[in-house]
Design a protein around this ligand. Structure first.
Ligand code: PMM
Length: 287
């Protein structure tokens, strides 16, 4: 059984939906990143633009000012950094400063320069499923078959990035839970995550603290606040551990580490899932 990589979220924004304003001061951000790593995070994902539902864009200069000092400090401390941005310029500057991953929630749709920036960087790039900016994304949450359409749309994104020169093995796919998705769409995507895993790319999933986790069971009909969704998040991390995903992106690393440890112990050594690509493919997923 292989453990998923754990990506810890570090939002240097005043307005992210669960931790907005917590780590806006660069010193606080660096301290918190150290806590996440000590708790077991493998990668720290630094973001300077909130994508909470309804939010508008941040200015490029503000995004650079928020993220670059933190990226540089974390790289200097030997931490593996991902830059969460929809802007090619931010991706370029952050990877020049040593970020190892570009995490583009728009999958390259927000900035036509992103694919070439990713190719030039030589870094791994996370392409998330996205249908438009957060200001009106729920108007686009219409699917006949959400799993099939997410797979098809991500496949189109992969084609753009590989045509721009990004090697396929550098591309990581993400279903984009909460982005132009209803709560029910998110559940369907989690249940159907095997269809993404079967695409022969690494898969990252970001369920952390999202609304659908706070509106289920006893919480149905009233939303539990984001900071009270970490147990629910950890349950999804445990569930995903058995599915062949490469990584999970979470705010509370400690609870996900526990959940993944328990899932690995329960599941035990397993044969690689039949993904059509044979053992070599599985080994790459497990890296
Ligand atoms: N979700 C958020 C931001 N960035 N990146 C990826 N790859 N996947 C996600 O699901 C995702 C993301 C939502 O905002 P947050 O930073 O407050 O979690």
């Amino acid at each position: 059984m292989t453990r998923p990589v754990i990506m810890g979220v570090l939002n240097v924004t005043p307005d992210s939906f669960s931790d907005g304003g917590f780590w806006l001061d660069p010193d606080d951000a660096v301290t918190h990143a150290g806590e996440l790593v000590a708790a077991g995070a493998d990668i720290i994902d630094v973001g300077g633009e909130s994508t909470r539902p309804g939010s508008g864009r941040v200015e490029l200069t503000d995004e650079l000012d928020r993220t670059l000092p933190v990226v540089s400090a974390l790289v200097g401390a030997g931490i593996t950094v991902s830059i969460d941005t929809m802007r090619a310029e931010v991706a370029r500057r952050a990877t020049e400063a040593g970020a190892a991953y570009i995490n583009d929630v728009s999958g390259g749709l927000a900035d036509p320069e992103m694919a070439s920036a990713a190719a030039d960087s030589g870094c791994d790039v996370i392409l998330m499923h996205w249908r438009g900016h957060s200001s009106d994304m729920y108007a686009r949450a219409h699917y006949d078959d959400v799993v099939g359409e997410v797979v098809a749309e991500l496949t189109g994104r992969v084609e753009e990035f590989t045509s721009a020169g990004v090697p396929p093995e550098r591309i990581i796919l993400d279903p984009g839970l909460g982005f132009a998705k209803s709560f029910e769409h998110n559940w369907q995507l989690l249940r159907g995550i095997g269809a993404l895993v079967a695409l022969d790319h690494r898969v990252l999933v970001g369920s952390s603290r999202k609304g659908f986790l706070g509106s289920v069971g006893r919480a149905e009909g009233h939303s539990r606040p984001p900071l009270e969704r970490d147990v629910a998040t950890a349950v999804t991390s445990a569930y995903l551990t058995g599915t062949g995903v490469w990584g999970v992106r979470v705010h509370d690393v400690r609870s996900t580490v526990d959940a993944v440890d328990v899932a690995v112990a329960l599941l035990g050594p397993q044969d690689p899932p039949d993904r059509g690509g044979g053992p070599q493919t599985w080994e790459r997923v497990a890296q």
